[in-house]
Design a protein around this ligand. Sequence first.
Ligand code: ZN
Length: 99
Amino acid sequence: MNTGLWITVSTGGLIGFLLVLSFFLKKFGGYAPGWRIRCAACNAHRPAAEAGIVRVAAMGTKHTIAGCPSCGKVGHAIIERDPGEPATIESGTNAPPQQ
Ligand SMILES: [Zn+2]
């Protein structure tokens, strides 16, 4: 059996997948319009795009670890559908403008 070749092909496939993924992230911004991230500690929330959250929610992961500008804690944060409420956290100064 040519195990070495199989490993090479597998790794190449993974790298190819990551390249395609990064291409789509660049093309479409990589953020999550219509989603928000909510701090589990203080319930403050902000758009996921402003938080720089990659659209992991679309892949089924709805929880992440994030720093909260509102209460200053780094911990459990929930990624959820944005019901359209105004964000309770001001945009960060380093947040890229969203068009
Ligand atoms: Zn918080």
